[in-house]
Design a protein around this ligand. Structure first.
Ligand code: KIV
Length: 284
């Protein structure tokens, strides 16, 4: 097993300052967290995308705090070294600053995660500032924010026009001033991402489908490993097709059981002849 040191906030900041790329993947369960930790992934996001990837909903909106707590705690148990981020689900922070602080506190206390993430720009800056003031590391999320997909016109590139891009650049400055130690830019043009990264005054900028200029990259695990059955978005590269591997394995299982080639003698346990004879005698 690969030995690694536990990631820390100063460790992430140092990586970004040195110009080393930060790696970040979503993860929702214990065994996958174990593999990601061993592979040396710096950050893990327990995203509310689990509504789609793990629970089969069409959006992230039905996901609850209880869902997030259960999955984040499992990921923490599997990944003791990566920097684990709990994603605040729909309506766990939008209603008020107090709601946001209470739910961010639940994440930290009940799961042992290292930070939380919430979606939105200037309009959510007071929620983000409240969480930061409570001593909880907090990440902002701009560009395509899936909880607002309906208002944004669907899952599509954000900030294509100069005016829309200016709002994203301005939102990033506001979130940084409000106390975000990191901002995720999802599906914005590469040059908008570069401008925000260049203008950051110490805030770590992470990209998802936003080009190569950020301090690091996030990918949805299921997209990157062929595990989401509905589609693979253009922004994701399939690094290994685990879905195809599993399908082949499942077909082999069905075939071997049907053909009675599984189980084989090495897969079962026998009994001494004298014990078996005695058993038959006892049963009459
Ligand atoms: O829930 C999630 O996985 C996310 C990503 C889409 C960034 O928020």
């Amino acid at each position: 097993m690969t030995e690694r040191k536990r990631m820390t906030l100063p460790g992430l900041v140092a990586k970004a300052a040195e110009g080393a790329q930060i790696t970040w993947l979503t993860c929702y369960d214990y065994p996958t967290a174990f593999l990601q930790d061993q592979a040396g992934v710096d950050m893990i996001l327990v995203g509310d995308s689990l509504g789609m990837t793990m629970l089969g909903y069409d959006s992230t909106l039905p996901v609850t705090m209880d869902d997030m707590i259960r999955h984040t705690a499992a990921v923490r148990r599997g990944a003791p070294n990566a920097w684990v981020v709990g994603d605040m689900p729909y309506m766990s922070y939008q209603p008020s600053v107090e709601t946001a602080i209470r739910n961010a506190g639940r994440f930290m206390a009940e799961t042992g995660c290292d930070a939380v993430k919430l979606e939105g720009g200037a309009e959510m800056a007071d929620r983000l500032a409240g969480i930061a003031r409570a001593g909880i590391p907090v990440i902002g999320h701009l560009g395509l924010t899936p909880q607002s997909a309906s208002a944004l016109g669907g899952f599509r590139l954000q900030g294509k026009s100069a005016e829309k891009a200016r709002k994203i650049v301005e939102d990033a400055r506001i979130l940084e001033e409000a106390g975000a130690f990191c901002i995720l830019l999802e599906l914005v043009p590469d040059r908008v991402c570069r401008l925000i990264t260049e203008r950051s005054a110490g805030c770590i900028i992470m990209g998802l489908g936003s080009g190569p200029h950020a301090h690091g990259q996030l990918l949805i695990y299921h997209d990157a490993f062929g595990l989401y059955p509905k589609f693979t978005p253009r922004m994701a590269k399939v690094f290994a097709d685990a879905g195809a591997l599993l399908r082949d394995g499942l077909a082999a299982y069905v075939r071997e059981v049907t053909e009675r080639t599984f189980p084989a003698p090495e897969n079962w346990f026998g009994m001494k002849d004298e014990e078996y004879d005695e058993l038959v005698r006892l049963l009459g």
